[in-house]
Design a protein around this ligand. Structure first.
Ligand SMILES: [Zn+2]
Ligand SMILES: [Zn+2]
Length: 265
């Protein structure tokens, strides 16, 4: 893929993402966020729960980190260091996708869509898709009805993915709020799960809260993924397939914001 990135001197960005609005690239350094991420790693090691801020008796078993080390394998987590308008530091944290069936967990960045609208759309459609699968299982491979159902199921899945993408809206630091389909600049279709990674969740939340991001990192926690490209505790840059095509837009406007007073460079 063609890289239009021209690294700016002395900013120490690990990553730069192309922005079609400015026709340049935007980025954030990772070092400061890594320090806070190590702190979060120590907490996860100790508490083994995502709802560790609650008293032990109020914690939910679905938010245990145990499944990350078993068959489900690990997950990406992210930290965004921000400055509030008064110059105070604010640390945002995120998990990628859903956690133990939860999109919303107190203290963690929410998804880029309204969870209620998502459920209203997804639950009945998923059921329909599953039912088609069950009907297919009962049919012989030579039965033309089976192929008919297969085509129908594929259509429904594709349609559902498009409708789910319509629920995502992305804020940036220029004060824009746009649907995912207008933001995504990658080639081909929008991959499933785009917008569910830590970086977009964190930046969207910061933009909504009028915070100014200064450092971003993501790390993997749990048993290595099947392809062994992710290792427990290691830091990674935002993914190329889903995040690169949206992060240029999401970081847009940051370069023009004055740093809040009292911040250290
Ligand atoms: Zn990603
Ligand atoms: Zn821009």
């Amino acid at each position: 893929m063609k890289q239009t990135v021209v690294p700016l001197p002395t900013n120490g960005f690990q990553n730069e993402f192309h922005c079609t609005f400015c026709n340049t690239s935007h980025g954030l350094p990772a070092d400061e966020a890594k320090n806070h991420a190590r702190h979060l790693q120590a907490t996860l090691n100790r508490e083994r729960q995502l709802d560790y801020s609650l008293p032990v008796e109020k914690r939910t078993s679905a938010l245990s980190t145990k499944p990350l080390f078993g068959d489900e394998r690990g997950k990406m987590f992210g930290i965004l260091v921000c400055l509030a308008q008064n110059g105070c530091q604010v640390i945002l944290k995120a998990f990628s996708g859903q956690y133990g069936g939860h999109w919303l967990i107190d203290g963690w960045a929410p998804p880029l869509f309204g969870v209620e609208s998502f459920q209203l759309l997804n639950v009945p459609k998923e059921k329909e898709i599953k039912e088609l699968g069950t009907r297919m299982e009962c049919l012989d491979d030579s039965d033309p009805e089976k192929e008919h159902l297969r085509v129908r199921r594929r259509q429904l899945s594709r349609q559902l993915m498009g409708e789910i993408h319509d629920l995502y809206s992305l804020c940036n630091f220029r004060g824009q709020r746009l649907p995912l389909k207008q933001v995504f600049i990658g080639r081909g279709g929008i991959p499933s799960g785009t917008g569910d990674c830590c970086a977009p969740k964190l930046l969207n939340l910061a933009a909504k809260k009028k915070l100014r991001p200064v450092s971003l990192t993501e790390f993997y926690w749990g048993r290595a993924n099947r392809s062994a490209t992710r290792e427990h505790g290691a830091f990674y840059e935002p993914c190329r397939e889903k995040c690169h095509p949206i992060l240029g837009y999401m970081l847009c406007g940051l370069d023009e914001q004055p740093r809040p007073t009292g911040s250290s460079q």
